[in-house]
Design a protein around this ligand. Sequence first.
Ligand SMILES: Nc1ncnc2c1ncn2[C@@H]1O[C@H](COP(=O)(O)OP(=O)(O)O)[C@@H](O)[C@H]1O
Ligand SMILES: C[C@@](O)(CCOP(=O)(O)O)CC(=O)O
Ligand SMILES: [Mg+2]
Length: 369
Amino acid sequence: MHIKECIVSAPGKAILHGEHAVVHGKMALAVSLNLRTYLQLQATFTSKVCINLPNINAFLSWDVTVLNQLVPDSEADLRNMDELDIELVRRLRDFVGIPNGALDTRSMAILAFLYIYISIFAGSGELPSLTVSVWSELPTGAGLGSSSAYSVCLAAALLSASGTIPSPLSDQENTARWGVAEMELINRFAFQGERIIHGNPSGVDNAVGTWGGILRYHSGKITPLSRVPMLRILLTNTKVPRSTKVLVAGVKDKMNKFPSIINPVLDSVDAISCTCEQTLSEMTSDSPTPEHYDILEELIDINQHHLNVMGVGHPALDNLCRVTLARGLHSKLTGAGGGGCAITLLRPGFYPLASLTVRFLFISAIFLW
Ligand SMILES: Nc1ncnc2c1ncn2[C@@H]1O[C@H](COP(=O)(O)OP(=O)(O)O)[C@@H](O)[C@H]1O
Ligand SMILES: C[C@@](O)(CCOP(=O)(O)O)CC(=O)O
Ligand SMILES: [Mg+2]
């Protein structure tokens, strides 16, 4: 079958407030980063499907004829985008030799790729031979949504290659964005990738990876925030590895064990996200004042304590919060926690690289929005 070649990219994200709580129906505020994942899809005549994932040192190929045997007889389960086709996931695990419960980087990336590839091409009669290469500016497994950027790229490139969504490029253009209908479809397939990698994702990460910008996410409802003040955020990577899937499952266990203790914490995180959104909107209508920054800083501190209560903190994150607080700066983890990255709010006029010595930490990026 003829497939269309393409190069696509999707951004990572930082969650300002609402990580973990958003998995349980609370509100989150998230923003895209200027760190992206890129994917090149090439058509081949080798009767093979090849995937090159240099960031995680995985380079694999399979015969198309063998993959064809994995395509479900009925597409009904694949078309139900409300959940994964568990039987297909089981067959893919057996085929690649991934034990149930394996959480390693390669296994998750390969399963997500094969699942999205088969879901998208299952209805076309035969699976195409192609090579997919993915590379990223994002650290893998550090809370910046590398899994969602990866899933969004896979969904966009494979939907485009299959002709399910048209290329947005006109003759004179080198780059372009898809329209709303195409983005919604990309987001739904990317969510399937996130289900494989996260287990029980909220959908906030793939929403930001698909739509970009700054948005509010609440139970699947995506609301872009149109007017936001310019804030400066320092992003620090503790370089402590962790798995989102394990951390999300840990919070669920705590909720089951202590519902009357953890549920109010999640409600409080929801209120923090709402208060933050309200404060940001006041900062755009009036000029930002020191009092606005006082509120934003206090919200950061309270949320960081809540995340520790949920059990997703780490001594390296505590250390980061202590080191920055000693310089009058307020920090919280971002993403799933357990290590990974933290955000630190910088007040106007504060220049961190000149005055802040972060001895034990690696500063990975500073970004603006
Ligand atoms: N560039 C990439 N190449 C291959 N797999 C990737 C890439 N980026 C992310 N992944 C997949 O996403 C997983 C990390 O997802 P996760 O634990 O949610 O962390 P985060 O999304 O915070 O980076 C990796 O284990 C891997 O399976
Ligand atoms: C913890 C969570 O709220 C965000 C996870 O982000 P990341 O995979 O750590 O980048 C999970 C989710 O919303 O699906
Ligand atoms: Mg992730």
